[in-house]
Design a protein around this ligand. Structure first.
Ligand SMILES: Cc1cc2nc3c(=O)[nH]c(=O)nc-3n(C[C@H](O)[C@H](O)[C@H](O)COP(=O)(O)OP(=O)(O)OC[C@H]3O[C@@H](n4cnc5c(N)ncnc54)[C@H](O)[C@@H]3O)c2cc1C
Length: 389
């Protein structure tokens, strides 16, 4: 959506396909980081964007065993928004769609599912899509696979996926929020269990992190046991509110995947976002990396698309630009998964402790570093595509 919006804004005709009728899916990439908010500022849309319902998180702390560690302090960031905005992803997407529709070059088709690529002489020249009524064939100078972590287009292209793996899955649910609740600590890691609670103004979005593949075990131990564990882990008394988890239908499972394409492109096709690299949920970076990919892609593609001159070299430049931030971020996530979260989830009886490096990063001058990396990422992008007049 972001790439479609930016290209249409730059005067390049774009068709955006979305297989669903709407964007209403709960517990999705709701963590809009300062890097993404800065893009909204660069587009002149920030004030309007911040009028959408959201909550703001200006620092992130975790309780690891007995240690309380600040992972992100955003107060000194050199950007307009020194906070993470927690906003439903459907609001964000509807906002972009609404602004995209201001441009005649923007054509959003809902309930249109890409099913296959059209290739001629070794080059992708378009795709087939299924709509409510019939099948569609769309010819295009470039197809961009941004169809998420189960991407049909990357599979049809035969791209090789390196599966990096993750030791955990996440069970998501909501609890009502009281005014008196603190929000100093968002996460709590204990031996054998981990809970993250995100402040969504009138409710808590809760993530109960479990060892990979153990959701059936958790369910078989029963809902009462699950509620009791959550009550025990929460940083304040959630007592009676646990009754809001009425059945397992209220607890949604996210099977965590971390992977990366070796090559993101071939002649006439490129993948970006989750289709090129599914991220671990650590840090809530997935949506923000996808936005950074979209901005980088628009910056590189707008000129060549207007001139009808997108080559394999143009597409390679996009992967070269975005591969390092992806690899770096996944490396940090894997290090935390393997050295902290995985052992903690498995380590019955042992009390997890914050790694020494994390403790060192609490010193006042060093404390800015993790906050900056989390909020802005590495190699932050800027909007370079002009608005066509
Ligand atoms: C349960 C869950 C919770 C998450 N929580 C967070 C979080 O808190 N913070 C965070 O940063 N990230 C989170 N993520 C990851 C985040 O949602 C993704 O990293 C981000 O949305 C990637 O954006 P994308 O545009 O690449 O892919 P997606 O957001 O997956 O978008 C792909 C879109 O393509 C559509 N689509 C799929 N196939 C087709 C097709 N064949 N034809 C047409 N349309 C198609 C899908 O319906 C979807 O709308 C979460 C993911 C999940 C699954």
């Amino acid at each position: 959506m972001m790439l479609g919006f930016l290209l249409a804004r730059a005067g390049v005709p774009v068709v955006v396909l979305e297989k669903h009728a709407d964007f209403l899916r709960d517990f999705r990439g709701d963590t809009v980081h300062p890097s993404t908010l800065e893009m909204m500022h660069e587009l002149g849309l920030l004030d309007e964007f911040l009028k959408l319902p959201h909550s703001q998180v200006d620092h992130v702390s975790m309780q690891i065993g007995a240690d309380i560690i600040t992972i992100g302090d955003f107060s000194t960031l050199p950007v307009h928004c020194k906070f993470i905005a927690l906003m439903p992803q459907w609001d964000f997407l509807n906002f972009l769609a609404r602004h995209g529709k201001r441009y005649p070059a923007f054509d959003l088709r809902m309930k249109a599912e890409a099913t296959d690529l059209i290739e001629e002489d070794g080059r992708v020249v378009g795709l087939r899509a299924k709509t409510a009524g019939d099948e569609l064939m769309i010819r295009a100078d470039l197809v961009v696979g941004c169809d998420g972590r189960h991407s049909t287009l990357r599979e049809r292209a035969g791209f090789k996926v390196d599966d990096i793996g993750a030791p955990m899955d996440v069970m998501w649910f909501r609890l009502p929020r009281n005014e008196s609740d603190g929000n100093e600590v968002v996460g709590h890691i204990e031996s054998g269990r981990m809970l993250v609670m995100l402040d969504r103004n009138d409710y808590w979005q809760c993530a109960f992190v479990i060892p990979k593949g153990s959701a059936d075990d958790v369910r078989s131990r029963g809902l009462d046991k699950f509620r009791a564990t959550v009550g025990d882990m929460a940083p304040f008394d959630v007592g009676a509110r646990l009754g809001d988890i009425k059945s397992w239908d209220d607890v949604k499972l996210l099977t965590v995947a971390v992977d990366r394409l070796r090559r993101w492109y071939k002649s006439g096709l490129i993948c970006i976002g989750d289709a090129a690299h599914a991220m671990s949920p650590i840090g809530g970076v997935g949506i923000n990396l996808a936005i950074q990919d979209a901005v980088a892609a628009a910056n590189i593609l707008a000129g060549p698309l207007r001139n009808g001159a997108v080559t394999v070299e143009t597409l390679r430049a996009i992967q070269q630009r975005r591969e390092f931030p992806t690899r770096f971020t996944q490396r940090v996530q894997i290090t935390l998964q393997n050295n902290l979260i995985g052992p903690a989830l498995q380590g019955i009886g042992k009390r997890p402790r914050a790694p020494l490096l994390m403790k060192m990063l609490q010193w006042p001058l060093l404390r800015r570093i993790p906050g900056r990396v989390l909020a802005l990422g590495v190699r932050p992008e800027h909007i370079r595509t002009p608005e066509a007049v």
